[in-house]
Design a protein around this ligand. Structure first.
Ligand code: S3P
Length: 441
């Protein structure tokens, strides 16, 4: 925990209103930086998330030899070194709080004959890395030092990486992406077979840069085949607004009576819209306006109006399409009529915090009844929450923002112990919420 914690308090005020755009998508921003770094020539990225997770990834890529320039607001230019072209970094790479940056960079480095040490903050140091190291080691990378599959760890990339067929043991876009990025340097076909489809930004962006990727349905999931050693061509990337960040003002607008809010340019990739599906089932009034395609992704402006919600059952199969949205869904569920059951949340235990426990604790601290049964989270909605609690955020940006949204709609104010980690994914969150008339101090 940094010495300079920033406690924040959220309290109920009048309706939220206005039109805003949340920052660029975290997943796409990190992928754009990494693929730009793996492309010879200059890649222009517009709409990049200028949050700590993306900035830490950019710094790591600079230490690996890429030149990265900030050319204007959310405009960046990446001068890449090509697949297999990373230089050996002089110091440990510090990914801060970013699991995505770290795990995807592990994949990119695994295909290069360099040795690098990967590190991060206390939250990232507690998260499992062996799941990523397993396929990378099969491809020829070696782990030289690691405390039981966690950071800090030192990886020696493969001199002659080998393509593999990999079935990730958990539904994880990070695991899939790390394997595909390592596969870029291998001759022949690297195959990832995922039992459930996870966000497909890596596959789409690989194709955008000129790689050959085949995606076929297999079982309930997908078989992804990448042909290694592609000729990458620099191509501009446009990053739409992050649906996982949009989720916070969106749920706030649903819960604060009388609210009417527009969120502009939100990415609507169907592998990211599980929260919208769930909220629609709960009776939420969310309209998709101006549906369009921007830079290869579906995008829409969302109009959200406050209204009554009812509890629902969220099937485990939906988890990959809303994996980051359970804390904020749980807040919405507290204000719904009746019980909401969220099934199959095992992976939440290894996010930036143990999000299953942290989400339950945040609700309980504010008078909401919650049960955890196995990997399921059950929220007993009562259409209002008492509030009045102080929430421990455990270095987790999404727990912090979910607690603030709860405070905007509950009877008494809600305090969080530290708002600094919000900047990992949503710089300007407090200002954006205030521009909608939220009361935050
Ligand atoms: C991400 C994948 C998800 C998600 C994370 C971003 C990505 O993690 O929680 O915030 O960009 O690939 P897992 O792949 O570990 O589920």
């Amino acid at each position: 925990m940094p010495a300079n914690r920033v406690p924040l308090t959220a309290r109920r005020n009048g309706p939220l209103s206005g039109a805003v755009r949340v920052p660029g998508d975290k997943s796409m921003s990190i992928r754009a930086l990494i693929l730009g770094a793996l492309t010879v020539g200059a890649t222009r990225v517009g709409g990049l998330l200028e949050g700590e997770d993306a900035l830490n990834t950019a710094k790591a890529l600079q230490a690996l030899g890429a030149r990265i320039e900030h050319t204007g607001e959310r405009q960046w230019l990446i001068h890449g070194v090509g697949v297999g072209g990373f230089a050996e970094p002089a110091n440990a790479l510090d990914f801060g709080n970013s699991g995505t940056g770290c795990r995807l960079a592990l994949g990119a480095v695994a295909g290069c004959p360099v040795t690098a040490t990967f590190d991060g903050d206390a939250s990232l140091r507690s998260r499992p890395m062996q799941r990523v190291l397993d396929p990378l080691q099969r491809m020829g990378a070696r782990t030289l030092a690691s405390a039981d599959g966690r950071l800090p760890l030192t990886l020696a990339g493969a001199r002659d990486p080998m393509p593999i067929v990999f079935k990730p043991p958990v539904a994880s876009a990070q695991l899939k992406s790390a394997t595909l990025l390592a596969g870029l340097a291998a001759p022949g076909e690297t195959v990832v077979i995922e039992a459930e489809a996870t966000r497909d930004h890596t596959e789409k962006m690989l194709v955008h840069f000129g790689a050959k990727v085949r995606v076929e349905p297999e079982g309930g999931g997908r078989r992804i085949t990448l042909t290694g050693q592609p000729e990458f061509i620099p191509r501009p990337v446009t990053v739409p607004a992050d649906p996982s960040s949009a989720a916070f003002p969106l749920v706030a607008a649903l819960l604060v009576p009388g609210s009417d809010v527009i969120l502009n340019g939100v990415m609507m990739n169907p592998l990211r819209t599980g929260l919208l599906t769930t909220l629609a089932e709960m009776g939420a009034r969310i309209e998709r306006l101006e549906e369009r395609n921007e830079g290869g992704e579906d995008v829409a402006d969302l109009r959200i109006r406050a209204g009554a919600l009812r509890g629902v059952e969220v099937p485990a199969a939906r988890a990959p399409s809303m994996i980051d949205e359970y804390p904020i869904l749980a807040v919405a569920a507290a204000f719904a009529e009746g019980m909401t059951v969220m099934r199959g949340l095992k992976e939440l235990r290894v996010k930036e915090s143990d999000r299953l426990a942290a989400t339950a604790a945040l609700l309980r601290a504010n008078g909401v009844a919650v049960d955890i049964e196995g990997d399921d989270l059950i929220v007993h909605g009562k259409t209002r929450a008492a509030g009045g609690g102080t929430v421990t955020t455990h270095m987790d940006h999404r727990i912090a923002m979910a607690a603030i949204v709860l405070g905007l709609a509950s009877d008494k104010p809600v305090q969080i112990d530290d708002g600094t980690f919000i900047a990992t994914s949503f710089p300007g969150f407090v200002e954006l919420m205030r521009s909608l008339s939220a009361e935050l101090s």
